[in-house]
Design a protein around this ligand. Structure first.
Ligand code: PGA
Length: 253
């Protein structure tokens, strides 16, 4: 049985005080519930260390994630952060291939595969984001787009690497727009992804967690998370408010 996972992607939000407050509120709220859902939070690089200190002191099993990583181990890469540096801080998840990185920063499948690899090399779990644009959906190309994004990484890292990874299906048209995929639309793509993996390796397909992302909120989370192939969520905007985020986490129980 796959354990449900809900990860907050805080993107480029917050200052030191706000981050302390948000982490403390999430810790306090999570401590009160008997929830079995695994929870992760991904602050900016600069706020990782303070979040790590609070999470370690609380010791209630909330994981720390990073939003990005450099493909290289170390060296002359101005402005970049290495996987070893993240691992040293206690980071366990790293988001790779978010559509904002693909679209705004021009990240290619090749680069994303290299990031995926370096994350696993440091014993952290990559959260590989894939998803189609509105135009691609309207052209009926959703399946082809997500499978080709997935295959590009599998071709490089090898299918067995997916066993210990997380996939996030995030339709671009649903990110930050308030427009959520319906549970049926999301389940259809999640099933397609899992079925594609199952044809190659049933054990990998059964093990890999596939999160849904794109305007998840407390009002739609339960229905989404109840779908057979949706193993939790990657939550942006709604993860910046502790009560709302915790309510989403509870929906995964
Ligand atoms: P959103 O973002 O929940 O604000 O739509 C999700 C994401 O980008 O991971």
């Amino acid at each position: 049985m796959r354990e449900k996972l809900v990860v907050g992607n805080w993107k480029m939000h917050g200052n030191r005080d706000q981050v302390n407050r948000l982490v403390e509120e999430i810790i306090a709220g999570a401590a009160e519930t008997e929830s079995k859902v695994e929870i992760g939070i991904c602050p900016t690089y600069i706020h990782l260390e303070q979040a790590a200190k609070l999470l370690i002191a609380a010791n209630i099993g909330i994981s720390l994630g990073a939003q990005n990583v450099c493909f290289a181990e170390q060296g002359a890469f101005t402005g970049e952060v290495a996987a070893a540096m993240l691992a040293e801080l206690g980071v366990t998840f790293v988001i790779v291939g978010h559509s904002e990185r693909r679209e705004i920063f021009g990240e290619t499948n090749e680069l994303i595969a290299a990031k995926f690899k370096v994350v696993q090399a440091h014993n952290m779990v990559p959260i590989l984001c894939i998803g189609e644009s509105l135009e691609q959906r309207e052209q009926g190309a959703t399946e082809q787009v997500v499978i080709s994004q997935l295959d590009a990484v599998i071709g490089d890292v090898g299918l067995p690497s997916l066993h210990d990874a997380v996939i996030a299906y995030e339709p671009i048209w649903a990110i930050g727009t308030g427009k959520t995929a319906t549970p049926e639309q999301a389940q259809e793509v999640h099933w397609t992804i899992r079925d594609h993996l199952a044809r190659q390796d049933a054990a990998v397909a059964a093990a890999v967690r596939i999160l849904y992302g794109g305007s998840v909120k407390s009002s739609n989370a339960r229905e989404l998370f109840n779908q057979a192939d949706i193993d939790g969520g990657l939550v942006g905007g709604a993860s910046l408010e502790a009560e709302e985020f915790l309510s989403i986490c509870k929906s995964a129980d």
